[in-house]
Design a protein around this ligand. Structure first.
Ligand SMILES: NC(=O)c1ccc[n+]([C@@H]2O[C@H](COP(=O)([O-])OP(=O)(O)OC[C@H]3O[C@@H](n4cnc5c(N)ncnc54)[C@H](O)[C@@H]3O)[C@@H](O)[C@H]2O)c1
Length: 256
């Protein structure tokens, strides 16, 4: 099996890794990367057919992976799936929270359903997954990487719900990191910006919006999901042993 290892050997052999949102974009790239480095990957997504496609990519390359359907915003769904993975695949040692939703709206018009769903998936869903996986991480060690965004570090017009959810993910990450540091669990966040994924295409300016209000106007830099997945894999690996409670930007200078 070919391994993407940065020359240091596969870093996740014999480790069970859970990746939410693993059916698309950054979650898919992260699941494939961890699988290529020996992890047994549990690919979780609300779209089971998408998760299954990612599993096929990993197993066809010689890796180990299983898919599970989950709605990260639903506490019962999260608890059930995490217990299932622990029983049928093994003790989770790595959790990467990639599941996310977002769109642009005029803030004076945004529907309460859109606001609630954005917070429920991006922020509450990240917390629920952390809460469900933490007992396994505490039982022998492990790590969590939460996917925040440049939108969690700066004001973004027309994205109040999304930016609020991602700002929440950043302080959730730092709070959990300070609560669990010294107990064998490292928790960090990555704050990407402008990755070429289906989610980015969802951010369409509504009528009445002024795109020049964006932090860099219309000049949004773009990264391939693999570039961010490489950073996530480093942070999840033992090479990043001393990284605790960090929020690492990778956004082509959006927040510089
Ligand atoms: N694309 C970007 O430019 C960008 C920038 C910064 C941060 N991010 C963040 O990266 C993460 C991944 O986004 P992406 O760009 O790869 O998007 P994507 O749309 O390609 O992938 C998101 C995945 O999450 C899944 N999902 C949505 N709701 C879910 C739920 N309730 N339960 C389980 N799975 C659910 C979707 O089915 C999808 O497969 C998100 O948290 C996003 O906010 C993306």
């Amino acid at each position: 099996m070919s391994s993407a290892t940065d020359g240091a050997g596969p870093r996740f052999v014999d480790k069970v890794a859970i990746v939410t949102g693993g059916g698309s974009g950054l979650g898919e790239a992260t699941a494939v990367r961890l699988g290529s480095e020996g992890a047994h990957v549990a690919v979780l997504d609300i779209r089971p057919e998408a998760a299954e496609k990612t599993v096929a990519r990993i197993t066809e390359a010689g890796g180990l992976a299983h898919s599970r359907e989950v709605d990260v915003s639903d506490p019962a769904s999260v608890r059930r799936v995490v217990a299932d993975v622990a029983t049928e695949v093994g003790r989770p040692q790595v959790l990467v929270n990639c599941a996310g939703v977002g769109q642009f709206d005029l803030s004076e018009e945004v529907a309460i359903e859109t606001w609630n769903r954005t917070i429920a998936v991006n922020l509450t869903g990240t917390f629920l997954m952390c809460q469900a996986v933490l007992p396994y991480l505490l039982d022998g060690g492990g790590t969590i990487v939460n996917i925040a965004s440049n939108s969690g570090l700066q004001g973004i017009p027309y994205a109040a719900a999304y930016a609020a959810s991602k700002g929440g993910v950043i302080l959730l990450t730092r709070s959990l990191a300070s609560e669990y540091s010294g107990r064998g669990v490292r928790i960090n966040a990555v704050a990407p910006g402008g990755i070429t994924t289906p989610l980015l295409e969802n951010f369409v300016f509504p009528p009445g919006a002024d795109p020049t209000r964006m932090p860099r106007g219309s000049r949004v830099p773009h990264a391939h999901p693999d570039e961010i997945a490489s950073l996530v894999a480093y942070i999840a690996s033992d090479e990043a042993r001393f990284m605790v409670g960090s929020v690492v930007s990778m956004d082509g200078g959006l927040t510089a």
